[in-house]
Each structure stands twice: as C-alpha cells, then as structure tokens.
Design a protein around this ligand. Structure first.
Ligand code: T5A
Length: 214
C-alpha cells in the first residue's frame, strides 16, 4: 500500500562503490519508459542544491574530521530536502523515481561500515521519511576486490572509496543482510559478470516488477 498521495513508484539502486549502479541506471529507465511511465532519475546524497552541497562535504571533506553522528545527520538533512523538494512531488504527480542510493546505503555505510546504532538510524529514518519507503531496490553485489578495481579506475577517491577493505566488507555484509530480511523488495544482482549479463538481469527484474502491478 502506497503512502497517501503517492501515485508513482519509488525505485532505488544500491551497492558498494564500483558495483555498477550508475552504469545500469539508463537500462532501468528504459524499461520503465517502455512500459508507458514517466521517470525522474536522481541520486543521494544530492538531488537538490542543498543536497549537492552536503554531498561535497560528506564525500570530499577529508580535512574536516567529520564525526560519524555528524555524517549521519548531514546525510539525512540532504535526504529531507530531497524528499520534500523532489521525490515526493514527483511521486505525487505519478512519475516513477529512480534514485541512485537511498536509506539502505545509510544502513550499509553508516550502520555497517561506521558501526552506528541501527536503532538510531531507524528512528531518524522514520522521522524524515514517515511512511515513504522504496517499492523496489536493485542491489548490485560484487566482491570487494572487483568493486575496488572498478572504482579504482577513476582518479580522486572520495572518503568512502578511501576506506580500508574491512570497512567495505562490513558495508557489503550489511547490504546482503538487508536483502535477506526484505527479499521481496531488495533484489540482489550478481554484478561481477559481463555488462550484457548484468543488464539482462536488470531487465528481467524490472519487467517482472512492472508485470506484477498489472
Ligand atoms: N553514502 C551514500 C553513504 O555513506 N550513506 C548514504 O546514505 C548514501 C546515500 C556516494 C557515496 O556516499 C556514500 C556511499 C558512496 O560511497 P556515489 O558516487 O553515489 O557515492 O557512489 P559510488 O558507489 O561511489 O558510485 P560509483 O560510481 O563508484 O559506483 P557505481 O555507480 O556502482 O559504479 P559505476 O556504474 O560507476 O561503474 C564503475 C566502473 O565499472 C565499470 C564501469 O564502466 C565503470 O568504469 N563497470 C563494469 N565493468 C565490467 N563489467 C561490468 N558488469 C561493469 N559494470 C560497471
């Protein structure tokens, strides 16, 4: 059951750094459009001028010695703005929203990676989002070495990409634990294979979801 006023569907895309989320967003959008729905693509942290400013701090504020609780609150501050200025209005207008990362990333990075209390994350989530949760989440899963190798091909690593392998392992474990807890919403894609295979899996999950609505 959707929250009141929401007519569109909220699709989120998750995974470790370098898993291939961004590469596959276009494919997700194409399947949705081909089924006759309008789509808005956005990302977190970001999606608004305030959110992009916070993104700059959280990803590149390596010199700021950001406290984990401050990081968590900055991410939810960006999310509050994004939800109220962009995501809710689009869903209310009947558009589908495809978001590159959302609150599962907070549970994975701040909860799993940084070890923040997931009960606290849940309380802030409830205050900021009320009853809004993603309808479907595609989790791109790769082993740590593959993710690091793919992310490593870019120059200038952000604060999370610069973390040690143990942090990345906890992020992956937290994502997979969430997928086990919510298998209907979070669909895991083995993203180690060729792009063709990954795109085939994306297409079949999206088609199955859209068919289930008819
Ligand atoms: N964050 C975010 C938090 O800590 N808490 C939160 O609540 C939120 C919302 C955001 C950072 O913020 C943190 C987590 C993140 O570290 P980001 O830029 O949105 O950063 O996320 P990144 O994961 O850094 O994005 P990346 O671009 O690194 O990862 P993607 O999008 O998963 O990977 P992508 O698609 O750019 O692909 C990486 C490379 O791999 C290749 C691509 O061509 C590209 O070169 N590739 C493949 N190669 C071979 N085979 C395949 N199947 C391939 N798929 C992709």
């Amino acid at each position: 059951m959707s929250p009141s006023g929401v007519r569109g569907k909220f699709i989120t895309v998750e995974g470790q750094d370098g898993a291939g989320k961004t590469t596959n967003l276009g494919q997700i959008e194409r399947v949705i459009r081909a089924s006759g729905y309008e789509v808005l693509r956005t990302r977190e942290p970001g999606g608004t001028p305030l959110g992009d400013t916070i993104r700059g701090l959280v990803l590149h504020g390596g010199n700021l010695d950001i406290d984990p609780m401050a990081e968590l609150l900055l991410i939810f501050a960006a999310r509050a703005q994004h939800l109220n200025a962009v995501i809710r209005p689009a869903l209310t207008a009947g558009m589908w929203v495809v978001c590159d990362r959302f609150t599962d990333a907070t549970y994975a990075y701040q909860g799993g990676g940084r070890g923040m209390d997931v009960g606290v994350i849940g309380e802030i989530e409830q205050s900021v989002q009320q009853d809004l949760r993603p309808n479907l989440t595609l989790l791109f899963d790769v082993d740590i070495a593959t993710g690091a190798e793919r992310a490593g091909e870019r120059s200038g690593h952000d604060r999370f990409e610069s973390e040690e392998a143990a942090f990345k392992g906890r992020v992956r474990d937290a994502y997979l634990a969430r997928a086990r807890a919510e298998p209907d919403r979070i669909r895991v894609i083995d993203a180690v294979g060729s792009l063709d295979r990954v795109q085939g899996a994306v297409e079949s999950i999206m088609r199955e979801y859209i068919d289930s609505l008819r």
